[in-house]
Design a protein around this ligand. Sequence first.
Ligand SMILES: C[S@@+](CC[C@H](N)C(=O)[O-])C[C@H]1O[C@@H](n2cnc3c(N)ncnc32)[C@H](O)[C@@H]1O
Length: 176
Amino acid sequence: MAQIQFQFGKKDEYFTPAYAVYPIIPYLRPGAAVWCPFDTQDSAYVRVFSANGFRVIYGHIQTGEDFFQADVPECDYIISNPPYSLRTQVMERLYAIGRPFAMLINFQGIFGSQKRFQLFKTHRVEMIWLSPRVEYMTGQGELLQGVPFQSGYLCSGICPNQLEFVYLDKNRPEKE
Ligand SMILES: C[S@@+](CC[C@H](N)C(=O)[O-])C[C@H]1O[C@@H](n2cnc3c(N)ncnc32)[C@H](O)[C@@H]1O
């Protein structure tokens, strides 16, 4: 494992471990269609949702599917870990699309921008706080320890309560 060194230029290329996908599943309708718009076939979202009976539609900028240009597929939910540097634009588009969504993001400073504050003031927002902190992975599959921020799911139309608190099981084996 590597000691974490979040680099500003590379802050969008951190990947989600499977254990951080499981907490969202109890909030979803079994067998629903989930669009993962920042994901390739190797993504933990694609693997875990597929193995747990969901219909998964996925796309990634590297395979030519730009979230901001893509036609919205038939889906019940939009769920992923989006690029950090584009979080405001991602939120704007998600609310414009109007489907239930859950995005795993760094919660630090999430209400600190005027634009996001206004967005969350005028739309339904829910937060699932996760403990312990999610440790992300590099593109080489290395788990980064000592993550310096708290992340969780920022959702809309997913949770009954606006604040939820969920424990992570970091040792949970991934179902094939
Ligand atoms: C934080 S990473 C998370 C990747 C994956 N969702 C996961 O959870 O492991 C966000 C990914 O979105 C990709 N991305 C950036 N801009 C995008 C866009 N406009 N449309 C689709 N994917 C994009 C980045 O290249 C990056 O790999």
